[in-house]
Design a protein around this ligand. Structure first.
Ligand SMILES: [Zn+2]
Length: 154
């Protein structure tokens, strides 16, 4: 089943995929959710790299691990899934999770970067194609979102 609600997630014809994230504590008043889109390949060297360099430690650590696995030919995934990943961490799922982790640390007064992986199940992420369907998660997002509740394509 694919998440129907689109809210403020508008995907134009030149964009492929967007993601939304909901956390009951972060949005108890507004009912809003965090949204982001995939970086485009033309943005991999600049915006995406900058995002990764400044990502929350949970995400940065997982990206480094994925890169290590790929380097040593240990990624347990099809070539299609690896190709779909593009640059690890460049997809919308990583971006919404990163923003949520940083926002919740501010909201709860936690030291920056200290949010524990054991609480990732508090987050709900949905992903949608511009056509409205839920795309399968690539190998990078599959691993980066480990522990998070994914709506559609569980
Ligand atoms: Zn992905």
């Amino acid at each position: 089943m694919c998440w129907r609600q689109q809210g403020n997630l508008y995907i134009s014809n030149t964009e492929q995929v967007g993601a939304g994230l909901y956390h009951s504590g972060l949005f108890s008043n507004s009912g809003e959710f965090i949204t982001a889109k995939n970086f485009r390949p033309s943005e991999y060297q600049t915006l995406a790299q900058d995002f990764i360099d400044n990502a929350h430690p949970i995400i940065r650590k997982r990206i480094r691990y994925l890169e290590f696995l790929e380097e040593h030919n240990l990624l347990n995934a099809s070539i299609e899934s690896i190709n779909a990943a593009g640059k690890f961490g460049a997809h919308a799922e990583a971006r919404v999770l990163d923003k949520a982790l940083k926002d919740i640390e501010i909201m709860e007064g936690l030291p920056s970067g200290s949010f524990p992986e054991t609480r990732l199940s508090e987050f709900n992420i949905f992903v949608k194609y511009r056509g409205g369907s839920c795309p399968p998660r690539c190998v990078a997002c599959w691993n980066l979102s480990e522990g998070v509740r994914i709506i559609g394509n569980e």
